[in-house]
Ligand binder design. Structure first.
Ligand SMILES: C[S@@+](CC[C@H](N)C(=O)[O-])C[C@H]1O[C@@H](n2cnc3c(N)ncnc32)[C@H](O)[C@@H]1O
Length: 251
């Protein structure tokens, strides 16, 4: 079952009462918007229209495997409460649930969430994942989490306020918890960039934009890496991604 903006504890991004960020969610947002490299309806489509059409193009878009960065950076963490932002077809959330995490997973696309819930049921972890539909630019799941993960939360649409969302994500991290953000650093060599005007932020820029309070956070990973991208029906390609992993110091 998926829920539509269930438990949205606030509209917009006012910050969290029990999270790890004293002033999360407010402030700058230059609305730099990113692309994950797919052609889509774009143009005047809203974020939800764009992503619903994107997922409707094929029965399965992503590989079904968890993201490498997630596997690498989370394998050693003790399971707790996790929040997956822009969960798509659910591979990361299901991987986490299989490892004992209790997961809240959210996406703007109802179709992606429906598929994700189906995959979770097949994997026998339906009871460990709460699927919630949110346009994260407008509402955000309630609660605080031991892990907040955002993998490739990019959109060619103008209406994804990524920096604000990621600051709200930091505010949702419980003391002692981890915020993990993976992004694309560029397009695969030889693949035309359909959105050349779009800026893909470096992990240093992502860190600066989080505007984390001094002395409260520890930077564990901040860098670029090469990855082999595999998608159903497509040739494997090498591409550069980046990752930022920060830990909120225990109180
Ligand atoms: C490039 S995909 C990544 C999916 C998944 N995290 C992964 O790594 O395979 C970006 C995801 O972000 C979601 N998304 C885009 N804009 C969003 C928004 N405003 N609120 C919530 N989810 C959004 C899209 O529907 C899509 O599933």
């Amino acid at each position: 079952m998926t829920t539509d903006q269930k438990h949205a504890h606030h509209d917009g991004h006012g910050g969290h009462g029990h999270g790890c960020h004293s002033h999360g969610g407010h402030g700058r947002d230059n609305r730099s918007h990113d692309s994950h490299g797919h052609e889509g309806p774009g143009g005047g489509a809203t974020g939800q229209e764009f992503w619903e059409a994107f997922y409707a193009e094929r029965d399965r878009i992503w590989s079904g495997n968890p993201n490498d960065v997630l596997v690498r950076e989370v394998a050693d963490l003790a399971p707790g409460r996790a929040l997956d932002l822009g969960c798509g077809e659910g591979a990361d959330a299901i991987w986490l649930a299989r490892r004992g995490w209790r997961v809240t997973a959210t996406d703007i696309s109802a179709l992606a969430l429906e598929r994700a819930a189906g995959h979770a049921a097949e994997a026998g972890v339906a009871d460990r994942v709460d699927w919630q539909r949110h346009d994260l630019g407008a509402s955000f799941p309630a609660g605080s989490y031991d892990l907040v993960s955002a993998h490739f939360l990019h959109s060619p649409n103008d209406d994804l306020p990524r920096e604000t969302i990621l600051r709200t994500a930091a505010a949702a991290v419980a003391p002692g918890g981890v915020l993990l953000i993976a992004g694309h650093a560029g397009f695969p060599p030889g693949e035309p960039n359909p959105h050349p005007d779009v800026h893909l932020p470096t992990p240093e820029e992502v860190l600066a934009d989080l505007d984390l309070p001094e002395g409260r956070w520890e930077v564990l990973v901040c860098g670029e890496h090469e990855r082999i991208q595999t998608r159903p029906g497509e040739e494997a390609v090498r591409r550069m991604d980046n990752a930022l992993k920060v830990r909120c110091l225990p109180e």
